[in-house]
Design a protein around this ligand. Structure first.
Ligand code: UDP
Length: 457
């Protein structure tokens, strides 16, 4: 469909990393941008297993402007990674590096996709430096979309590069030694001969003029400005990009919603550690005791790796826990409609691993956070949550172990006690302020992308 010269049809190919927490924001960005302009056409490229779970999340109304394109990963060369593992969702942790390798090896298939679709623009994620190179070789401009926040990117640049003289200049984000070690291990994590830190750095340096980042100036203004200076490119915040709960097909009769409907306002904590982290038996035990001691009602999502078909949730919980909790707690095995739960008025706190999407979802719905970061960018996100004032991190033991008493105390403080009033108020204030600038931020994204496409046309 061709409109006027200024509003000619623009096709945009998106290539997110193969994780639910990445594909969702790419999809939400596409939805938000198509609301603003009817001349945009998006292709979202991912593996069949990811597309099968993401497709039902897209309502019919977008079918004319958002299409899905399959990316096939090699499987004969990597028999340990069958197609149902072409996603981080439920992936056994020891296969993460194989998944990154397989993703790299799909580059020639991706080149065919570029060749066939000939998009006006590629929007790519932060782990695949081959994607912008291929796009440029097809004369297609490429822009990075970082689904991590600016503070994390700065931390990666400061911690990863041995020759870097850059010191992380923000005292508000101070990681204890065990978290620095954990963070360094992650960015030094190597797959297919390339460290994650290098992937991230190469991806940002390949981005044309600007870098999109899933964040908001309401939360991260000083980090966004600092990072823009550091990389010499404008960091353009896209806002929280939370999936519209109306798009989540949970029927109102579902046991979770019914259970929540019976609870008092802001009385329940939602407990979840995202799509990639699997709690150890010891961690499950500590959290269970923490919840029990807190006396607060809860919904707790517990998941096991896909290959684990035998573990029963009752076996990993402390003896008699389910019986003792009775109606006070609901354990959900596998997957819960998170956005729908967080926006329910009965929810008054989120015990979270602080995956960045979870943090933004919690802020979007004004739910204060009890932070229990586990890996990756989560420790930085948790410090940011405290700095912004929308949550509290539960204290850990010296070496980093979870402590039931500290978990119970943090839950009590944030959800129930007078001491948490400031955090609860702040969560509402930041929610309102972020909402006020959301539209402005998306307009700026659109303007920047249109300028780039026009420039390269
Ligand atoms: N999520 C969900 N239900 C679950 C677990 C996760 O809907 O049971 C969604 C959650 O709402 C978020 C994403 O999966 O959008 C997880 O992303 P995040 O960055 O928080 O964590 P990750 O999974 O990357 O560790």
């Amino acid at each position: 469909m061709v409109y006027s010269q200024q509003h000619r049809s623009i096709s945009i190919l998106m290539l997110p990393w193969l994780a639910h927490g990445h594909i969702s924001p790419f999809l939400e960005l596409a939805k938000k941008l198509t609301h603003k302009r009817n001349n945009l056409h998006f292709y979202i490229c991912s593996t069949p297993v990811n597309l099968t779970s993401i497709k039902p999340k897209l309502s019919e109304k977008y079918s004319h402007c958002i299409e899905f394109v399959e990316l096939h990963l090699p499987h004969d060369e990597l028999p340990e990674l069958p197609p149902h593992y072409h996603t981080t969702n439920g992936l056994p942790p020891h296969l993460m590096s194989t998944l990154k390798k397989a993703f790299d090896m799909s580059s020639s298939n991706f080149s065919n996709v570029l060749q066939t679709l000939k998009p006006d623009l590629l929007i790519y994620d932060f782990l695949q430096p081959w994607a912008p190179s291929l796009a440029l070789s097809h004369n297609i401009p490429a822009v990075e979309f970082c689904t991590i926040n600016a503070a994390t990117i700065i931390s990666i640049f400061a911690n990863h590069f041995k020759n870097s003289t850059l010191k992380f200049p923000f005292p508000g984000i101070h990681l204890p030694d065990y978290e620095i070690r954990m963070f360094k291990n992650q960015v030094e994590f190597s797959s297919n001969g390339l460290k994650d830190g290098d992937r991230i750095q190469q991806c940002s340096s390949s981005s044309c003029n600007i870098i999109l980042a899933k964040t908001s100036r309401e939360i991260e203004a000083k980090y966004i400005d600092y990072l823009s200076d550091l990389v010499g490119k404008k960091i353009v915040p896209v806002g929280p990009l939370v999936q519209d709960p109306l798009d989540q097909k949970t029927d109102e009769e579902s046991p979770i919603i019914q259970w929540l409907n019976k609870r008092e306002k802001s009385s329940v904590v939602y407990v979840s550690f995202g799509s990639e982290y699997f709690l150890s038996k010891e961690e499950i035990e500590e959290i269970a005791h923490g919840l029990e001691l807190s006396k607060v009602s809860f919904i707790w999502v517990i998941r096991f790796p896909k290959e684990d078909k035998t573990t029963k949730v009752e076996e990993v919980l402390p003896k008699g826990f389910v019986e003792r909790m009775g109606e006070r707690g609901m354990i959900v095995e596998g997957w819960a409609p998170q956005a729908k739960i967080l926006q329910h008025p009965s929810v008054g706190g989120f015990v979270s691993h602080c995956g960045w999407s979870s943090v933004l979802e919690s802020i979007k719905f004004g739910v204060p956070i009890i932070a229990l970061p586990m890996q990756l960018d989560q420790p930085v996100n948790a410090k940011l949550v405290e700095e912004v004032g929308v949550g509290v991190e539960a204290r850990r033991a010296e070496g980093g172990g979870l402590q039931r008493e500290a978990i119970a105390e943090a839950i009590g403080d944030v959800v129930v006690k007078k001491i948490g009033e400031g955090v609860r108020m702040k969560a509402l204030e930041v929610r309102d302020n972020m909402k006020k600038i959301e539209d402005e931020e998306i307009n700026d994204v659109l303007e920047q992308l249109e300028q780039l496409v026009q420039l390269c046309a």
